[in-house]
Design a protein around this ligand. Structure first.
Ligand SMILES: Nc1nc(=O)c2c([nH]1)NC[C@@H]1CN(c3ccc(C(=O)N[C@@H](CCC(=O)O)C(=O)O)cc3)C=[N+]21
Length: 298
């Protein structure tokens, strides 16, 4: 059996478009388009690429973006000041501070400064609390993208067993809560889990979010399972020539594709969905802040 590929790029394009439509509808009530502010500290080339992509897709969807850049030696106080300024700017709906921040800056202090109602990354304590308590709020983008793709592939997730490999604050923990919210039965596995392969083999849905290239092998996958590969690892690819690299996930794709029912590729799987959910969150934040109902189609 060969798995059906889940085309994250295509689904992301559809979500971008829907967010754009909802944003355009909302613009009539707001008198302006929804607005995302992105803060980038330093000149890490990977972060630069991601931020450009976020800005480009926000604007392609007909929304406004503000980009704020500072050099890597900026003080923590100044970054917090930037965030506070965006909090009090009524024309800004979403705030994203690109991670990682330079070592001398406490990212928790910066994240805590973000107004939870503008927290389109879903990273603040308040957003995490809302998720845990099942209250309305902005949900973390990558995990929300995983749930959306799993639902697209399998339909209702009610009663499905999910093994989330990885317990990070960014992905693993919120993914577990979001699948639980869909009435799935969730296990969070991590580096201390005994016999991870055997556990993973029980799962209807596997979420691989450990950051270890190709760690999840083909024979870890239950026949017909849905495999969501969150990993984005750059590895050497000498077969492509001297000094060349390529992106691989946390799943050994070529092996897993023979066992899974559905699988996300890397690139083109979960990655593009992260940005789509960011655009969606920006529209949701704009509507909620204006006291309007959740826009249709999101
Ligand atoms: N505050 C904050 N929020 C984030 O959401 C955030 C962040 N900081 N820091 C960095 C990570 C990483 N991230 C990605 C988004 C899109 C792709 C993506 O679209 N990837 C493409 C390929 C990209 C490539 O070729 O390098 C794909 O998987 O197809 C990947 C990674 C968001 N992050």
């Amino acid at each position: 059996m060969s798995a059906e590929l889940i085309d994250g790029k295509a689904v992301a394009a559809e979500i971008d478009q829907r967010a754009g439509q909802a944003g355009a509808e909302l613009s009539k009530a707001l008198g302006r388009a929804p607005c995302l502010a992105v803060v980038l500290i330093g000149d890490d080339p990977a972060s630069d690429v991601y931020v450009r992509s976020k800005v480009k897709r926000t604007e392609a969807a007909g929304m406004t973006s503000i980009e704020i850049r500072r050099p890597a030696d900026v003080s923590q106080a100044e970054v917090v000041e930037i965030v506070r300024g965006l909090n009090s700017d009524s024309g800004v709906d979403g705030i994203l501070v690109q991670m990682p921040l330079p070592g001398h800056i406490d990212s928790n202090a910066v994240i805590s400064a973000i107004d939870p109602d503008k927290d389109v990354d879903g990273l603040t304590e308040v957003s995490a609390g809302r998720l845990l308590l099942g209250k309305p709020g902005l949900r973390p983008c990558t995990p929300a993208g995983c749930v959306l793709l799993a639902e697209r592939a399998m339909g209702s997730l009610s009663g499905k067993s999910v093994v989330v490999i990885g317990r990070s604050i960014l992905v693993g923990k919120p993914a577990a809560l979001l699948f639980l919210e869909q009435n799935a039965t969730v296990t969070i596995a991590h580096s201390r889990t005994h016999d991870l392969a055997a556990l993973t083999r029980t799962a209807d849905i596997v979420v691989a979010a450990v950051g270890r290239p190709q760690m999840v092998r083909g024979d870890w996958i239950k026949p017909g399972a849905c495999v969501l590969d969150v990993g984005i690892n750059r590895v050497d690819a000498p077969e492509r020539g001297e000094g060349r690299t390529r992106l691989v996930g946390d799943v050994a794709f070529d092996e897993a594709v023979a066992h899974a029912g559905w699988i996300t590729p890397v690139p083109g799987g979960i990655g593009p969905m992260t940005i789509a959910m960011l655009l969606r969150n920006t529209v949701l934040a704009a509507a909620a802040r204006a006291g309007l109902d959740r826009p249709a189609g999101l």
